[in-house]
Design a protein around this ligand. Sequence first.
Ligand SMILES: [Zn+2]
Length: 116
Amino acid sequence: MPIWHWSTPAAELSCSPAPASVLPSLREGKPRLMAFSESYHCDVCGKDKSDTSSDWWLMWTEDFDPPGPSDIQPSMRLTRWNTLQAHAPETRHLCGATCVQTLLNRWMSGTKTATR
Ligand SMILES: [Zn+2]
């Protein structure tokens, strides 16, 4: 039984296809490679992630299967920003250590109440 549910839908990532105007601009010798633009924001404080942003982090939950007869339990994963992982629907985007701690606190308190 899932114990923790992320509230933000995955559709929030803007992965819309490049506009039709890309093709004419390629012929003009000015390829619009940036037509595929991604925008992320911190899932705790809402801060936008700009190209110059550093120290962003990713967090997501995974099932952890403990040794022995114990039931599977949720675990939290944390890693530095990785563009491919940032696309994963369950991944939270965080602008720094403060927001990482805030999300972790929320997750821990939510897990605690859900597991008695
Ligand atoms: Zn933040």
